[in-house]
Design a binder for this molecule. Structure first.
Ligand code: ZN
Length: 396
């Protein structure tokens, strides 16, 4: 006879398998679930009965007749449970209530007032408190994407300099307060999981997301799983030296990728352009150099300013060098640019793609595609939410 724990785990496995099958198929009959999963019809009926009772699955009508008996179709009620996804970005803390398909139902954004660790933690609590007020559905869990170095296993933020957090046991603190499953990932890793969960082609098992904004990092999905590396910091490409004897970086080294392509660098270089080229659009859009920010640079780019176009293309070329290293080492075909710099669209993607094509083996380059993220500013929120879908619901 099976031990109770083994029975329980078989039951959980079967439940997740049935739910995942319904979720992936969209609509499916009990008979087809049994056929696809290899479970008996009795087991499928039992599991489905439980899901119907819990409201997680609903019956949606009958399948068209195929000669035999017509079957009732089942689908997952996408609003039956909600997820909370949080992006502890540098400029503001943003969060959303997300449904089971990754649709954002409600959102809250709170500006960061103080750069003090204690205050930052208080703000995370306020953000989650507000989000939980915005839904009456059961919450499956809370996912957090945050810049810095993480230990996702112990759910500790090891080092987030902008938030003044050092070895902060964020997972334990949130679990104590909310009594819900808590998952934490680095923001670039969360972005990779968002693209994998909600944006990939069905047959793609690997992808790289390069997230470039204030900082630069990458998230890597290998064989359908986030790759964390030996100390959970896989994808920290922002602080790999690209230029010997280059500029001083905030990490203490010189010539890091981040000194070449962050929004901060872009701003500084745009200000230099404005000073050097009186006819640049930048001077029409901003009354003083201090007013030249990411938004102004984007507007000048969209207005067709050739100096800004060149700056953006050069940034894309640097990002392409980093992407080529990853594509060459890992043989991953799908490379995605996320973060603020992705807003330049083809102006940054095309030079990235060109550089990748030139820098790796032609036979590999042929298959390598660079594209912008599908999710804009929501990519980290959706990635944080998909940590819950994956680990709590077993849906992906
Ligand atoms: Zn650095």
């Amino acid at each position: 006879m099976m031990k109770k724990s083994t029975q329980e785990s078989t039951k959980l496995h079967n439940s997740q398998l049935v739910l995942r099958t319904i979720y992936r198929q969209g609509e499916i009959s009990r008979v087809d679930i049994a056929r696809q999963t290899g479970l008996t019809r009795t087991t499928v009926s039992d599991v489905v009965g439980r899901f119907l009772h819990e409201g997680l699955v609903v019956e949606t009508g009958v399948s068209p007749s195929r000669g035999g008996k017509r079957a009732i179709l089942l689908r997952v009620d996408d609003e039956a449970r909600h997820l909370v996804g949080i992006d502890l970005a540098n400029s503001a803390f943003r969060g959303a209530v997300v449904n089971l398909r990754g649709k954002i139902v409600q959102r809250v954004s709170l500006p960061i007032q103080e750069r003090d660790g204690e205050a930052a933690l208080g703000l995370v609590f306020t953000l989650i408190d507000q989000l939980l007020q915005l839904t009456d559905r059961p919450i499956l869990g809370i996912g957090i994407g945050t810049p810095g170095l993480m230990d996702p296993v112990n759910r500790v933020v090891r080092y987030a300099v902008n938030l003044d957090w050092y070895n902060l046991p964020l997972g334990a603190l949130l679990e104590e307060r909310y009594r819900k499953p808590i998952y934490i990932a680095n923001d670039s890793q969360a972005a990779a999981l968002a693209e994998f969960t909600f944006g990939r082609q069905a047959d793609a098992n690997n992808l790289v997301v390069i997230k470039a904004g204030r900082g630069v990092g990458a998230g890597i999905v290998l064989n359908g799983e986030l790759f964390y590396g030996d100390s959970h910091s896989a994808g920290e490409i922002g602080h790999v030296r690209m230029v010997p004897g280059g500029e001083r970086c905030r990490c203490g080294n010189t010539g890091c990728l981040e000194t070449l392509v962050s929004t901060r660098t872009l701003r500084r270089r745009a200000r230099e352009i404005a000073a050097r080229q009186p006819e640049s659009y930048l001077n029409r859009l901003a009354a003083s150099p201090e007013e030249i920010d990411s938004e102004v640079i984007l507007q000048a780019y969209q207005a067709g300013d050739p100096f800004v176009e060149e700056l953006v293309a050069e940034t894309g070329d640097y990002l392409g060098k980093a992407a080529a290293q990853m594509a060459g080492a890992l043989n991953i075909d799908q490379i995605i640019l996320a973060g603020r710099l992705a807003r330049f669209g083809d102006g940054i993607i095309a030079p990235m793609q060109k550089r990748v094509r030139q820098d790796i083996l032609p036979a590999l380059a042929e298959h390598t595609r660079v594209r912008p993220s599908l999710f804009g500013d929501d990519v980290v929120i959706l990635g944080a939410a998909s940590l819950i879908l994956r680990h709590e619901a077993g849906l992906i």
